[in-house]
Design a protein around this ligand. Sequence first.
Ligand code: JFZ
Length: 573
Amino acid sequence: MNTAAKTRQTQRDRERIAWWEEARFGMFIHWGLYAIPAGKWKGKAIEGIGEWIMRRAEIPVAEYEQLASQFNPVKFDADAIAKLAQDAGMKYLVITAKHHDGFAMYDSPCSTYDIVDATPYGKDAMAALSKACEKYGIRLCFYYSQDQDWHAPNASGNDWDFDPATKDFAYYLENKVKPQVRELLTQYGPIGLIWFDTPVSISLEQSQALSRLVHTLQPDCLVSGRVGNGVGDYGSLGDNQIPTGRLEGYWETPATLNDTWGYKTDDHNWKSVKTLLHLLVDLVSKGVNYLLNIGPRADGSVPEQSVNRLRAIGRWMKTNGEAIYGTKATPYPHEFPWGGITQKGNRLYLLFTHWPGERFALPGLHNRVTKATLLADERARIAISQTRDNDCDMLELRLPACPDPNVAVVALDLDGAPEVDQTALQQADGSVAMIASMVNLHTPKSAPQIRIGESGVIENWFSTSNWVDCDFKISNPGAFEIRIHTSALRRAREWTGGHEVRVDLAGSTFRKTIAPDAWSDSPKARYFPEAATIIGNVQLDTPGIYTIEVRAESIDKKSRAGLSLSAITLTRK
Ligand code: JFZ
C-alpha cells in the first residue's frame, strides 16, 4: 500500500503540501530527444508511448545518443509555455529534467549527455523555464527518473546494451542520481516538487535517502510517491487512473491529452474539452490533483491541439475555478451519475457533468442551505426546498437552463460545515450505488486479506472465504436490478471476469458468473476498463435499511486482478 499519500501527517508535512493541495491542477511536460523520432524508428512505427521508443525498439545507446546532435529546438518558447499554463488555470508545471533515456534537458555539470553540451541548441531550457515560471507565478517542478536510465550501465531498464547481472544500482544512485538531483535543486531557484518515477530497483533506504536529500536542499520541495517504497509527500496514482470514490490523504493522477506523454506524430487521439473537464471534476471531487500533460515537438513548438484544449479549460476555470482551487473532496462516500461535489468551508459545489434539467434532488444533506448560486450566472434564481421523511433528508433545487454544456457549477451556502449521511442512500432516480470503499470486508484469519486498493477498488480477492456486505437505505420501494461492477487494476490493465458470485438480498439468493454485460463508457474507464454484470431483479417493498451480501463461489485462477469489485448498484426496473 502506498503510504506516501500521507494519511498521517506532521505539521511540517501539512505546511509543505498546502500550496499543492490548493493548486489542484498542474501541467506535465514530457520533452526530450524522443520527440525527434516521435514514434517512428528507421521508418517503422513503434507501438506505445513516445518517450519509451528507445526501449520499445531496443535502440542501442550508441545509436540513440546520436539524436542529441540533431536536437535544435529553435521554436522552444519558455515564456509562451509558462503563459499557457497560467492561461489554462494550472498552478504548477512538472517538466522532464531527465527521463528514462538518461538525457538531461538542463545543464548538468556531472554529465555531458545534456542539452547544453551535446546539442547544437546549446542552451539551458530549464533556466529559461525557471525565469518564465517566476514571471507568471507558476511553481516550477522537475520530473526525474531515479531508477530507469537506459543510457547508464548500472541503472535499471536497459538489458539490450547492458547485462543486468553486472549492474550496481547503488553506484548509479551515488554517481548520477544524487548529483543531478542536487543540481536541479541548486541551479533553478525554488522548486515545487521532484516527480520521481518507476521505482523498480530502489530500496526503501535509498528512497528515504533521496527524499531526505530533497528536503535538505529545499525543505519546502515536495517528493512524489513514485520515489518508491511508500516514501514521498503524496501518492501518485497510475497513469490516467481515476479512483472509484474519494481517497483519504494526498493523491495526484498524471494524465495525457491524447495517449502519449512524449510527442508522437501519429497520435491523434485527442480527448475532447468536455472529457478533460469531466476528468478534472471526477478527480478533484475525489481529492485528487490533475497533472495534465503536453508533449512539445522536437523543434520546441507545442501542438495546437494541446494549446487549444488547455486554453478552453482555462476559460472554464476563469468562471468556475473557485469550485476547484483549495477545495477538498466530496463529503459523500459515494459517486453521483450527474457529476461531482467539492467542498470549501461552509460551501458545497455541485459540478454538473450532466445537467439534470429543471428539477434536481440531493439526498442526505443534513445542513440547511441558505443560498444556491449558479457560478456561470450569479443573477440566476435557484429555488431551494428541503424536506425530511423516512429518516432521509432531501434537498430539491429548481434550476435554470443549463449555462455550460461541458460542466456547470451550482454553489450551495450552508448553515455550517457540510454534514452528510454516510449511508448508501437511494438517489432521486431511484438508484443506489455502493462503491467498494463503502462495503464491509470480511476475511477469515486463514484467508489472504482483501483490501481497498489505491484506486478505490477491492484488491487481493482470490479466496472464496472472503465476502463483503453493505447496508443501504431505501425510501422509495419497488423493483430493482442488481449489478456487480468490476474494474481493471493498475497492474493488470486488462479486465478479467469468469468468477462465480453469490448475492443475497432481502431473502433472495442469486448466482451469476462475472461477465461484461455492460462496459462503462465513462472517461474514468478509458484506460482502466470497468464492466457491470447483471445479477438479477429484486422486489423491495418497504422503505428502510437493507443489507446486501456478495460471496465468491469460485475465482478464475487465470485472473491477475482477482474479483476486483468496484461497486454494487441497484437501479429501478
Ligand atoms: C511512467 C513513465 O514510464 C512514462 O514514460 C511516463 O513518464 C509516466 C508519467 O510515468 O509510466 C508509468 C509509471 C507507473 C505506472 C504507470 C505508468 N503505474 O504505476 O501504473
